[in-house]
Design a protein around this ligand. Structure first.
Ligand code: AMP
Ligand code: MG
Length: 448
């Protein structure tokens, strides 16, 4: 279902995806910082540098269960010519040893226990006669047989080996993943300052819309956009709030927007921005806010409204008016709303990884707009290349096409078609696929 238009009669006001996005992002900035408990900060961005108040680990400790010794006392030891040391005590993780390990002595020590200052190496149980003796708990061993020569520092984790006191451990702007949360905890922090999540009001407009759970009626369809958009908001770290559907009148849309403005950082509406008789969202924006309407040179998802409302308490709330067709709504969310929400979160990494793929089928661009085809891309490891297949019918109402896609295959504005076997850009949104290709491109470094 494509309406073929000669390129020459494209509306003069059509702008590129990049230009529309740049205009929109000019109105967004990172939100203020909030202090959150560590796990709640997962997926958010540090608002300030984090420095270490002390060394991690705070003290040298043993990485093995064994005997802390003076390495010099074990010099030359072999199973055929072992050394015997006098055992001066026992130390579990969590305690400290007040005494001294003198020449000819050893301290029985458990993983994580701090090294006595006078010892400089740990001989693991496996390299002693530990197994040949009875249980320590039944009768402490007065001596231990050492079967190997320990080098100084063997099996010792030094103080500050992970982090040095005063070091900038995580810079402002770091996106917190599980490992970062662990590092913050290891520094003794229980809360952390991050850019807060944007609160996003999601409003569907249209007389034809029913909410899931209501009985289907003639002429009606279910509101898919409120749910796909709210889910997309959550996927990129925002807090969605879905408002009731607004009917296709200026009054209804105005009322809904005023309701949303009370607590939203940003407003996302769908539908009502094209040229139909009842496309009132743009009328409301024109009346109540500052506004830009653009047709973006992309398919699907051509009409787009962007505006700003002033709230009673003096805040400025940006509004993205996305098109109503369910594929167009999600696609324009991806291209415009996701970068905007990322910006509010303090993130700049919204661009998806782009790769070159070989088109398995023809990708047609009928009217000089950049075509974002829903594609399933796989990595052919034998040929070391991506293959892009379309997900089936590409109509902007075929929402299931989005469920089958792991990438957009791009047919540029000035290319009428990409033929099978030709290369095209693909925007990958499947992290596993990106990782698989990266692994093939560069063999992983060996682990120790
Ligand atoms: P409009 O922009 O209002 O002309 O809507 C374009 C198309 O998208 C129409 O077929 C609408 O029925 C459909 N549509 C609009 N909003 C939604 C929605 N929330 N969920 C599903 N389809 C929608
Ligand atoms: Mg409508």
């Amino acid at each position: 279902m494509t309406t073929t238009q000669p390129r020459s009669i494209l509306p003069a006001g059509m702008i590129s995806v990049e230009k529309a996005r740049a205009r929109i992002l000019a109105h967004f900035a990172p939100l203020p910082a909030v202090e959150l408990p560590l796990v709640d900060a997962l997926g958010l961005v540090l608002a300030e540098d984090v420095r270490a108040g002390f060394d991690v680990p705070p003290a040298a400790n043993t990485s093995m269960d064994g005997y802390a010794v003076r390495a010099a006392d074990t010099a030359g030891a072999t199973p055929a010519d072992p050394r015997t040391l006098h055992v001066v005590g026992y130390l579990a993780a969590g305690s400290a040893f007040a005494g001294e390990v003198a020449a000819g002595e050893a301290l029985r020590i458990m993983t994580g226990a701090p090294m006595p200052h006078s010892a400089d190496a740990v001989v693991p149980f496996e390299e002693t006669d530990e197994q040949e003796r009875g249980r320590w708990t039944d009768a402490p061993h007065p001596t231990v047989r050492i079967d190997v020569a320990a080098r100084p520092g063997a099996n010792v984790r030094n103080a500050g080996e992970d982090v040095r006191a005063g070091e900038r451990v995580l810079p402002a702007g770091t996106l917190l993943r599980a490992a970062h949360v662990g590092v913050l905890a290891s520094l003794g922090l229980d809360r952390v300052g991050v850019h807060r999540r944007p609160r996003v009001a999601v409003i569907s407009t249209g007389d034809e819309l029913l909410r899931p759970g209501e009985p289907l009626a003639p002429g009606k369809i279910y509101d898919a956009n409120a749910f796909s958009l709210a889910a997309a908001v959550r996927e990129c770290g925002g807090e969605p709030r879905v408002l009731d559907v607004a009917r296709d009148t200026v009054e209804a849309v105005t009322a809904r927007i005023h309701d949303a403005l009370r607590e939203a950082d940003v407003l996302i509406t769908s539908a009502g921005v094209s040229r139909g008789d009842f496309d009132v969202v743009k009328d409301v924006l024109a009346r109540e806010g500052e506004v830009g309407f653009w047709t973006v040179r992309m398919r699907p998802g051509k009409p787009l409204a962007f505006g700003r409302f002033r709230t009673a308490d003096g805040r400025t709330v940006p509004h993205l008016g996305l098109p109503g067709n369910p594929v167009s709504a999600l696609m324009t969310f991806e291209l415009f709303a996701r970068p905007a929400l990322f910006t509010m979160l303090g993130r700049s990494d919204w661009q998806r990884p782009v790769a070159r793929a070989v088109a398995a089928e023809r990708i047609v661009n009928p009217d000089g707009r950049r075509f974002f085809a829903r594609a399933f891309v796989s990595f052919d490891s034998a040929a070391q290349r991506y293959i892009a297949r379309l997900t089936g019918p590409q109509g902007s109402g075929v929402l299931t096409s989005m469920t089958l896609a792991n990438a957009y295959a791009i047919c540029p504005e000035d290319v009428p078609a990409i033929e099978p076997g030709e290369q095209c850009d693909v925007w990958l949104f499947d992290e596993a696929l990106v990782a698989a290709a990266a692994a093939h491109a560069a063999p992983a470094a060996a682990d120790d």
